[in-house]
Design a protein around this ligand. Structure first.
Ligand SMILES: Cc1cc2nc3c(=O)[nH]c(=O)nc-3n(C[C@H](O)[C@H](O)[C@H](O)COP(=O)(O)OP(=O)(O)OC[C@H]3O[C@@H](n4cnc5c(N)ncnc54)[C@H](O)[C@@H]3O)c2cc1C
Length: 406
């Protein structure tokens, strides 16, 4: 059975100290003052040597890729290291899930995609700076007319023109979009053939924000996760060289569709860890509040309806922790979840996080509705977990499709 080790718990404690000293004092600026998250995240990296670890991990990834290209790859086992990646996720999510969204998209989705599918030259040129957070990354698939139907309904096009491609279109709700230096962008190949646009190949590019014709919007106003800037990207005749084609080919390892789907698994597993942080913090705050809030001459913790809320929160915490632990155990053994398993994990955990945060608001009464007590922020932040990385309904579709195909 997986358990946090002494080392894991020591790291969690150290990250919690960082959160108390560096993040809590500026939480209102992140929430209401438009403070971008990148300075704090870079300080986190520097404090815990995560930038150095990223550089060392980068070298190992390059070697693994070279071995794989030479046909000598072995099943990947993480040796228990994934837990050390998830602990900062859980700890940061107790106070600011938006920080994790920005970090995860930049290093995990943008950096991770380049490290998995990029050429060695692209890994050096674009990947390393994303892994160390020296540069900010975005991962852009969603468009105004194609959210859940991201691949089929995609309208952004890439037209071949000599040795280059000409990119036109628009992306929306892109995490880090307003500040991104490097953008993984998916587009439909417009090769002049009569193929129905829905079925055209999807090609993937690595773009830089200073390319002519590429415009980033300002951060959008939204319900929660204010610590994570979200924006639009516009492409007007952006000329892209073949050197920016991910993997140097229009169809690296199964093509753009396969690359996008591969990321769906990574994102969905990450959301379970985010949910655990939100649930643990709401439960902690709720227990403390229930014991200290006096009504009718006694603490509200003595009322059974309050106890029911706390018990339900604990059930959600145990279940979500078990999902995260089972994911870590399998990662250590070199096994990855199927899309349906990752979807089931995300569906449960995201709903549990919002339900727990919402119950916490109720338990706090009027105090739950004001920012000072923070549970309203965690509920607003948790809400998007049921929308991004595939909505609840899309997770249901993925699970049902798998069950019915057996
Ligand atoms: C804060 C935030 C950050 C984001 N970050 C990124 C990012 O970095 N990169 C990126 O590419 N995208 C990002 N997104 C976009 C996100 O992935 C989409 O919002 C999400 O996939 C849903 O798409 P949509 O909003 O267009 O909803 P729609 O697809 O329009 O869905 C509307 C409703 O219809 C339901 N629905 C759709 N299809 C079905 C079906 N087959 N059966 C039943 N119900 C269905 C949906 O579940 C939903 O309830 C982000 C979104 C937000 C809010």
């Amino acid at each position: 059975m997986y358990e946090w080790s002494e080392e894991h718990l020591a790291v969690a404690l150290a990250v919690r100290r960082f959160v108390d000293e560096e993040i809590r004092p500026v939480l209102d600026d992140l929430e209401f003052g438009d403070l971008p998250p990148y300075g704090i995240l870079r300080k986190l990296f520097a404090t815990f040597g995560m930038d150095q670890l990223a550089r060392e991990g980068f070298k190992r990834q390059l070697e693994r890729r070279a071995a794989a290209d030479a046909g000598a790859s072995e099943p990947r086992r993480d040796g228990g290291g994934a837990g050390f990646t998830l602990i900062p996720v859980i700890e940061l999510c107790r106070v600011s899930p938006g920080l994790v969204t920005s970090l995860g998209v930049s290093t995990g989705l943008a950096g991770g995609t380049i490290m998995k599918l990029g050429t060695p030259e692209q890994m050096e040129r674009f990947g390393l700076d994303l892994l160390t957070l020296d540069k900010v990354g975005a991962w852009a698939i969603t468009e105004p007319d194609s959210g859940s139907d991201a691949l089929g309904g995609m309208r952004t096009t890439a037209r071949r023109d000599g040795d280059e491609y000409v990119l036109n279109g628009q992306k929306t709700w892109i995490t880090n979009g307003p500040y991104a230096d490097t953008i993984i962008c998916y587009a439909k190949l417009d090769d002049g053939s009569g193929i129905d646009p829905r079925h055209r190949p999807v090609v993937t590019f690595i773009l830089s924000s200073d390319m002519e014709g590429l415009v980033r919007s300002k951060p959008m106003r939204k319900m929660g996760q204010h610590a994570s800037p979200t924006g639009e990207l516009f492409f007007a005749d952006v000329r892209v060289g073949r050197d920016r084609l991910l993997g140097g080919s229009e169809a690296p390892a199964g093509g753009g569709r396969a690359s996008a789907k591969d990321n769906f698994v990574t994102e969905r597993a990450g959301v379970a860890a985010m949910s655990l942080g939100i649930i643990e913090e709401c439960l902690r705050l709720s227990v403390d509040y229930a014991k200290s809030r006096m009504l009718w001459g006694r603490p509200i913790s003595e009322f059974q309806l309050i106890q029911l809320k706390l018990a339900r929160m604990e059930v959600a915490r145990v279940n979500t922790q078990n999902l995260v632990f089972s994911h870590l155990e399998r990662s250590a053994a070199g096994s990855t979840p199927t899309l349906a398993e990752a979807s089931a994990m995300k569906l449960y955990a995201a709903q549990a996080a919002f339900d727990v945060a919402n119950d916490a608001i109720q338990l706090f009464g009027g105090n739950g509705y004001v920012s000072e007590y923070r549970v309203e922020q965690l509920a607003r932040d948790a809400r998007v977990l049921q929308i991004y990385a595939g909505t609840d309904e899309i997770q249901v579709v993925a699970i049902a499709k798998d069950l019915l195909s057996r």
